[in-house]
Design a protein around this ligand. Structure first.
Ligand SMILES: Cc1cc2nc3c(=O)[nH]c(=O)nc-3n(C[C@H](O)[C@H](O)[C@H](O)COP(=O)(O)OP(=O)(O)OC[C@H]3O[C@@H](n4cnc5c(N)ncnc54)[C@H](O)[C@@H]3O)c2cc1C
Length: 327
């Protein structure tokens, strides 16, 4: 599959990038690692007139400890850097676990933190070639007006399918977004809309520049588990992130988030309340698994059945809660 015609632009600074995004708003796409953008362009899912390569913007790369106030991760930091970061592994292990499961080593060398957070939602009926989609009459998300997943519906149910955002939700991470009027910081929980076809709150002329992990979320035990078809290289079809803090053998705080089974990554409602103050055992872990399965709303957006994906959310949540409590 060939790429559509486009003009490649480069930015050396965040300000330059925002100026170009503003000038060509609606006709331009940001390229970071390109591991999702390029295949999507080959499938003619995106046909921008301009592609803005941001990899030369040195100020938004790397991992920096902020003494007393956590860690800052530049949007261009690769997933390999996150996976192997000593400080993240020691203080925010749920993130390094999640990053280590993304795609394959080669793709993690190219793929970035910002690209993972901004990853487009996915669906069996959307992530296909132009010919394939045309043969099916297209869909709401691109070029059509019907939904193959929920016939008769008007909402797009494409599933959010990145791994690290579930871990970032558990860490109460904040995102720095820069636009023409300056920088703003938003909790990652406010970044996603829950709509498959308009999944993130990011204007066409804005750039995601940094991720902040608060000090208060450091030193939790963290576990990430995912279901995928090819164990060596695949998007999650169900993903669970768990972060637990213990004190005197009891759970002092806990957060559980799931991904790839809804149009956005989401926290599991009631999990924290059920865990805090308790000794975590098999029965309690099972209850949290049930809560996670209730939060998951998988539909036929992938090759695996929704029932199986929901069941795996339950199983992985139970296992992850127990693993986080014992590690
Ligand atoms: C075979 C294969 C398997 C994969 N498996 C997984 C997997 O298991 N888990 C997973 O999470 N992902 C997976 N991916 C997707 C992808 O590799 C990762 O999500 C990666 O982190 C994307 O980062 P990137 O820098 O390459 O993003 P890009 O492809 O450069 O960009 C992705 C999207 O984000 C936008 N974007 C990127 N950076 C910014 C920014 N700073 N500000 C604003 N917008 C931005 C782009 O415009 C684009 O829309 C897979 C991809 C392939 C090809």
């Amino acid at each position: 599959m060939s790429l559509p015609q486009f003009q490649l632009l480069f930015a050396q600074t965040t300000q330059e990038a925002v100026e170009l995004l503003t000038k060509y708003a609606g006709k331009i796409r940001v390229l970071a690692g390109g591991t999702d953008l390029i295949p999507s362009m080959q499938q003619k899912l995106f046909e921008p007139d301009y592609v803005l390569d941001i990899r030369r913007i040195a100020e938004i790369g790397g991992i920096r400890e902020l003494p007393g106030s956590g860690v800052e991760i530049g949007a261009l930091t690769t997933l390999t850097m996150i996976e192997h970061s000593e400080v993240l592994r020691r203080r925010y292990p749920v993130l390094t676990e999640a990053a280590a499961t993304v795609a394959s080593p080669l793709l993690r060398n190219m793929g970035t933190m910002g690209g993972n957070i901004c990853l487009d939602t996915r669906c069996l009926w959307y992530n296909q070639s132009l010919t394939w989609r045309q043969a099916c009459g297209f869909c709401i998300k691109k070029d059509g007006d019907l939904c193959h997943v929920a016939p008769g519906g008007t909402k797009c149910w494409a599933a959010f399918s990145a791994d690290t955002p579930a871990a970032l939700l558990c860490l109460n991470a904040e995102l720095e977004i820069v636009g023409p009027s300056g920088a703003r910081r938003v909790p990652i929980s406010d970044f996603y809309t829950g709509l498959g076809d308009n999944y993130r709150r990011l204007q066409a002329n804005e750039l995601l520049t940094r991720v902040f992990l608060p000090e208060a979320s450091a030193d939790y035990r963290g576990v990430y588990r995912k279901l995928r078809i090819r164990g060596s290289i695949d998007y999650p079809l169900a993903g669970v992130a768990v972060a637990v803090k213990r004190s005197n053998g009891r759970c002092a705080d806990a957060r559980v988030a799931i991904t790839a089974v809804n149009p956005a990554p989401v926290m599991v409602k009631g999990a924290r309340e059920a865990l805090v103050g308790e000794v975590i055992d098999e029965a309690l872990a099972e209850r949290i698994g049930d809560l996670a399965a209730k939060t998951a709303k998988p539909l036929t957006t992938s090759a695996l059945t929704p029932e199986y994906r929901r069941e795996m959310i339950r199983v992985f949540t139970k296992r992850s809660v127990l693993a986080a409590a014992q590690s």
